[in-house]
Write a protein that binds this ligand. Structure first.
Ligand code: FAD
Ligand code: NAP
Length: 324
C-alpha cells in the first residue's frame, strides 16, 4: 500500500543521534517522524557493556537504546519501522521513499544514518560470510563455544570483540597490521592480561580457507607486512573488526562528502550543503565516533532545525503581510 506522511522534521536513523534529535525536536513541538531503518537502536545494539555513557558506570548497549527509544516515544515522536530507500533533497518539501511503500515529505530533514562495518574485501571473506566469517561477535560469538577464533583489527571494536569472544572460544588470536593497537589503554590492558588471547602483530589477512560442503571456515592465512611470510592459523570463526564506514549512500550524489564518505557539515554546526538538511552522529564524524558525541550532534541538529523552521515561518509571514 502506498501512502504519504508529512512532518515538519523527518529524522532518518535510530541510533543515539537520531533518538536524541527526536527528544529535542518533540520537546520543541515539531512533532517529528523518525524512521528507524533495519537496525533499530543502531550500532550499540550489537555490543554488550558500554562503560563511557555518562551517568551509567556500565550499561548494556541494547538496554541503553531501548531506553532512548522509550524516551523519544514518551515525548511524542512518531517512530516508524521502515527503511528509507531513496531521498530527494533537490526541492522542499524534501521527499523520502520507504521500503514499506510510504512516501515521507518534510520541511527539514535530520540525517542520522550512522555507520556500518567495513570488510576486508577478499573474495574468500565474501564466500564464508555467515558461514564462519562475521563482523559481530555479540551476534555470532555463541556459535564458537570451545573453538578457536581469529579477530582482525586494532581499534576499540576489535579489542572488545576479542575480549567478548574469550567468553566462548578456547583461544582468540587477534591479528593487527601494526605493532601497536589504537584501542583505549584500559581495553588493551584487559586484552594483554587475558590468557586466552594471542596477538599476531604486523600481519594482514590474505585469505580465509575452509570446507565446501558444508561451507565452513577452517583457517586464516596471514601475511607478515614486512617479510611476506605466511602464517596459517586454524580457526572456526573469523571476525572482521577493521572499522566502520559512514552510511551516506542515500545522499552521496546530493550532499558534499569528505574523508571517504562522511557528510560535510559547516564547522560547529550540523548544517549540510543543503539548507534545511542537517546531519548528526557517525555519518558526519570521522574523528570521535562515540555514542555521546553522536547524541550531542543529534541535539544540535534538532535545535538547528527548529531555528531553520522558525526562520522559514517568519519569512513566509513577512511575505504574506507584504502582499496584503
Ligand atoms: P548508528 O548507531 O550507527 O545508527 C544508525 C541508524 O541509522 C540505525 O538505526 C540504522 O538502522 C539507521 N539507518 C541507516 N540507514 C538508514 C536508512 N536508509 N533508512 C532509515 N534508517 C537508516 N561508542 C561509545 O561511545 N561507547 C561504546 O562502548 C561503544 N561501543 C561500540 C561497540 C561496537 C561493537 C560498535 C560497532 C560501536 C561502538 N561504539 C561505542 C560507537 C557507537 O556505537 C557509535 O558512535 C554510535 O552508535 C553512532 O550513533 P549514530 O546515531 O550516529 O548512528
Ligand atoms: P577504528 O578505530 O577506525 O579502528 C579500525 C582498526 O582496523 C585500526 O586498528 C586499523 O588499523 C584496522 N584496519 C583498518 N583497515 C584495515 C585493513 N584493511 N586491514 C587490516 N586492518 C585494518 O574502528 P573501530 O574500532 O570500529 O572504532 C570505530 C569508532 O567507534 C571509534 O571512534 C571507536 O572509539 C568507537 N568505539 C568505541 C568503543 C568504546 O568506547 N568502548 C567501542 C567500539 C568502538 P590501524 O590502527 O593501522 O589504522
Amino acid at each position: 500500500m502506498s501512502d504519504t506522511k508529512h512532518s515538519k522534521v523527518l529524522i532518518i536513523g535510530s541510533g543515539p543521534a537520531g533518538y536524541t534529535a527526536a527528544v529535542y525536536a518533540s520537546r520543541a513541538m515539531l512533532e517529528p517522524v523518525l524512521v528507524q531503518g533495519i537496525q533499530p537502536g543502531g550500532q550499540l545494539t550489537i555490543t554488550t557493556e558500554v562503560e563511557n555513557w555518562p551517568g551509567d558506570t556500565e550499561v548494556q548497549g541494547p538496554d541503553l537504546m531501548i531506553r532512548m527509544e522509550a524516551h523519544a516515544r514518551a515525548v511524542g515522536t512518531e517512530i516508524v519501522s521502515d527503511h528509507i530507500a531513496s531521498l530527494d533533497l533537490s526541492r522542499r518539501p524534501f521527499t523520502a521513499k520507504g521500503d514499506g511503500g510510504t512516501t515521507y515529505t518534510a520541511d527539514a530533514v535530520i540525517l542520522a544514518t550512522g555507520a556500518q562495518a567495513r570488510w576486508l574485501g577478499l573474495p574468500s571473506e565474501e564466500k564464508f560470510k555467515g558461514f564462519g566469517v562475521s563482523a559481530c561477535a555479540t551476534c555470532d560469538g555463541f556459535f564458537y563455544r570451545g573453538q578457536e577464533v581469529v579477530v582482525i583489527g586494532g581499534g576499540n571494536t576489535a579489542v572488545e570483540e576479542a575480549l567478548f569472544l574469550t567468553n566462548f572460544a578456547s583461544k582468540v588470536t587477534l591479528i593487527h597490521r601494526r605493532d601497536e593497537l589504537r584501542a583505549e589503554k584500559i581495553l588493551q590492558h584487559r586484552l594483554f592480561n587475558n590468557p586466552k588471547v594471542e596477538l599476531l602483530w604486523n600481519h594482514t589477512v590474505e585469505e580465509v580457507t575452509g570446507t565446501e560442503s558444508p561451507l565452513g571456515v577452517e583457517a586464516v592465512r596471514a601475511r607478515h607486512v614486512a617479510t611476506g611470510a605466511i602464517t596459517e592459523i586454524p580457526c572456526k570463526g573469523f571476525f572482521v573488526a577493521i572499522g566502520h564506514a559512514p552510511a551516506s549512500e542515500l545522499v552521496k550524489d546530493q550532499l558534499e562528502l569528505h574523508h571517504g564518505g562522511y557528510v560535510v557539515t559547516k564547522p560547529g554546526t550540523t548544517a549540510t550543503s543543503i539548507l534545511g538538511v542537517f546531519a548528526a552522529g557517525d555519518l558526519t564524524d570521522h574523528v570521535y565516533r562515540q555514542a555521546v558525541t553522536s547524541a550531542g550532534m543529534g541535539c544540535m541538529a534538532a535545535l538547528e532545525a527548529e531555528r531553520f523552521l522558525a526562520e522559514q515561518q517568519a519569512a513566509a509571514t513577512a511575505t504574506a503581510n507584504a502582499a496584503e
